[in-house]
Design a protein around this ligand. Structure first.
Ligand SMILES: *Cc1c(COP(=O)(O)O)cnc(C)c1O
Length: 498
C-alpha cells in the first residue's frame, strides 16, 4: 500500500477509515509506521508535560483531566486513528507513574527495556494465540525452548526441568498450590510464613483449601525452627507424605528478604511436605554468578515462581512457573476437540492447552526471548547486579545520615527506612505528600510493629545523585509534614493535546 494512502487512512476524519487498517500481512508494517510514529511523539510529549515520576495533584486532578479529555468513551462516530492515538497516548503518558524515573521506587514495577517493548509490538501485530499450534506455530516452539532454558536456570541445565509462562507471581503461586492439590487431594494444607505474598492465601481460598497455616515471621523471614514446630504440632509425618505444602519466599514484597531455603527444604523433607518457592522477586539473581549463591536451595523446590516483570525488565506480563520435571505439569492437561483433538495430537501436532490455565494467551515469550538473546545471561546479570548495588548505595546514604533510621541492610533491591523519631502518621503523610506533589513515589511497609518508607529500586541506571535527591525530598517533606493541604497544582489545566 503506498504511504500516501496509509497517511490518508491514518489521518482520516472518519473512524470507518481506521476500521480498514489491519496490522498484519505484508502491508501491516507500512500501515503501522505512521501510527507508531504518532505513538512515539505522543509518548515524548506526554512525558515532557509530566516532568517527574508521577502526575501532580493526586487522584482528583488526574480524574478531572481524564474525564475532560474523554467525555464519551464510546462515541457514536470515531475520530480516526491518529487523533485518537495522539489524545489518549499523550494523556496516559502525562498521567503515568514512570518507573524509568529514578524517583519512582514504590513497587516491584520495573522500567521495561526498550528492546523488550519493541518485541512486544511484534507480538501484538502478529497476535499468535498460545492455545493451539495452528494459531502460533513458531511462537509455541519459541516458548518451549525459552521456558526450558529458564527452567534450567533454576534446576540446572540439561535435565527434564520445564516452565510455563504465566501472567505473574499470582498465577504461578496458584499453579503451585493447584498441582499440590491435584497430587494429594483437597486435604492438602498450605503452610507459609506470615511474610508470604497475599496471593498464596488467595490461591488456597480460590482452590477450596483450608486457609494456610501461617507461621509467625518476626524478623521478616520464615524461621526453619518455627516451621518445624508448626509442622510437628499440625501432625505432619514423613510416613504420610504430601499432606502439607510449604511455601517459602525468595524476596519478600515488603523488604526483599530471602527465607533460608536450604534449611527450609530440609525441614520440609523431614516432615514429608512439598516445597514451593515464591521467587517472584529474587529469582532473577540466578542470572548472576556473583549473586546466585543467595538463592541456593531453590533447586530443591517442587515448584518455583519467578517474575521477569520485576528484576527482569520486561513489560507486564512476564511470569514463570518452573518445575524440576515437566511430567509434574501433566495434571494441567485438558481436552477440547476444537483446540487439541486426540487424532491431531496423535498425528504430532503440539498440544498447548495443558501449558496454561488460560485459553487465548498472548505470546509473552517473544519479548523475553528477544531480551535474553540481545543481552545474554551476562547482560541480565549486569542489570541485576547494578540494581542490587544501587540499593546498597541508598542504604549507605541512609545509614550515614543521622536524620534517618535504616531498618536493615538490603538483601535484594529494597531499602526500608524512616525519618529518625517520626511517628507512623508522619511516615504515612510524607509518602502521600510526595505522591500528591508528583515528586517521588515511595512505598510503605509495616514491619516490626512500625510503619516504614520503602524504596524498591528497579532502575539499573539510577545514580547516587538520584538517590541523594530522593532522600532530600523525604527530608524536606518530613520537615514540612502536617503544615498544609496537598496543593492543587493545576496540572490538569495544562495545555490540551493537539
Ligand atoms: C510480585 C510478587 C507476587 C505477585 O506477582 P504478580 O506478578 O504481581 O502476580 C508474588 N510473590 C511475590 C514474592 C512477589 O514479589
Amino acid at each position: 500500500m503506498p504511504a500516501s494512502v496509509v497517511e490518508d487512512f491514518g489521518n482520516g476524519r472518519s473512524g470507518l477509515e481506521g476500521a480498514r487498517l489491519l496490522a498484519g500481512g505484508t502491508a501491516g508494517p507500512s500501515v503501522l509506521r505512521p501510527l507508531i510514529a504518532e505513538v512515539l511523539d505522543s509518548l515524548a510529549e506526554g512525558a515532557g508535560e509530566r516532568c517527574g515520576p508521577l502526575p501532580r495533584g493526586g487522584p482528583s486532578a488526574v480524574a478531572r483531566r481524564v474525564r475532560a479529555l474523554v467525555p464519551d468513551a464510546l462515541p457514536e462516530s470515531g475520530t480516526g486513528p491518529v487523533p485518537a492515538l495522539r489524545t489518549l497516548v499523550r494523556l496516559l503518558a502525562e498521567g503515568a507513574a514512570d518507573p524509568a524515573d529514578p524517583l519512582c521506587a514504590a513497587h516491584l514495577h520495573c522500567p521495561p527495556l526498550a528492546v523488550a517493548v519493541a518485541a512486544d509490538l511484534a507480538a501484538s501485530a502478529l497476535n499468535p494465540s498460545m492455545d493451539s499450534w495452528d494459531q502460533a506455530p513458531a511462537a509455541s516452539e519459541l516458548e518451549a525452548v525459552t521456558c526450558a532454558a529458564l527452567a534450567g536456570l533454576v534446576y540446572g541445565p540439561g535435565g527434564a526441568a520445564d516452565a510455563l509462562m504465566t501472567t505473574g507471581g499470582t498465577e504461578s503461586n496458584q499453579l503451585g498450590v493447584l498441582l499440590s492439590r491435584e497430587r494429594h487431594g483437597p486435604g492438602v494444607r498450605v503452610v507459609c510464613g506470615e511474610n508470604a505474598h497475599h496471593s498464596v492465601r488467595r490461591a488456597a481460598w480460590l482452590l477450596g483449601l483450608a486457609a494456610p497455616l501461617t507461621v509467625p515471621a518476626p524478623r521478616g523471614v520464615l524461621n526453619p525452627g518455627a516451621l518445624a514446630r508448626a509442622l510437628e504440632a499440625a501432625g505432619a509425618r514423613p510416613s504420610e507424605p504430601g499432606r502439607y505444602l510449604v511455601v517459602a519466599t525468595a524476596g519478600t514484597t515488603d523488604a526483599g528478604d530471602l527465607d533460608p531455603l536450604p534449611a527450609i527444604a530440609t525441614v520440609a523433607r523431614r516432615y514429608g511436605a512439598q516445597l514451593h518457592v515464591d521467587a517472584a522477586y529474587g529469582g532473577p539473581l540466578l542470572f548472576s554468578d556473583l549473586l546466585r549463591e543467595r538463592l541456593a536451595g531453590v533447586e530443591q523446590a517442587d515448584s518455583v515462581t519467578l517474575d521477569l516483570h520485576k528484576l527482569g525488565w520486561q513489560p507486564v506480563a512476564a511470569g514463570l512457573f518452573a518445575v524440576p520435571d515437566g511430567a509434574a505439569l501433566r495434571p494441567l492437561d485438558h481436552r477440547a476437540d476444537y483446540l487439541n483433538a486426540g487424532d491431531d495430537s496423535e498425528a504430532g501436532i503440539p498440544d498447548l492447552l495443558g501449558r496454561s490455565l488460560r485459553t487465548t494467551r498472548r505470546p509473552d515469550v517473544l519479548k523475553t526471548a528477544v531480551t535474553l538473546r540481545a543481552l545474554g545471561r551476562r547482560g541480565m546479570a549486569d542489570l541485576v547486579e547494578r540494581t542490587c548495588a544501587a540499593a546498597e548505595c541508598l542504604a549507605d546514604l541512609v545509614a550515614a545520615d543521622p536524620e534517618f533510621e535504616l531498618r536493615s541492610l538490603p538483601t535484594l533491591s529494597t531499602v526500608v527506612f524512616r525519618p529518625a523519631g517520626a511517628g507512623d502518621g508522619t511516615v504515612a503523610g510524607i509518602r502521600r505528600g510526595l505522591l500528591t506533589e508528583g515528586s517521588a513515589v515511595l512505598g510503605r511497609a509495616s514491619l516490626d510493629g512500625r510503619l516504614w518508607l520503602k524504596a524498591t529500586l528497579l532502575n539499573p541506571h539510577v545514580q547516587p545523585s538520584d538517590l541523594s535527591a530522593l532522600l532530600k525530598l523525604v527530608r524536606d517533606a518530613a520537615g514540612t509534614h502536617g503544615t498544609g493541604q496537598p496543593h492543587d497544582t493545576g496540572w490538569w489545566e495544562g495545555p490540551a493535546p493537539r
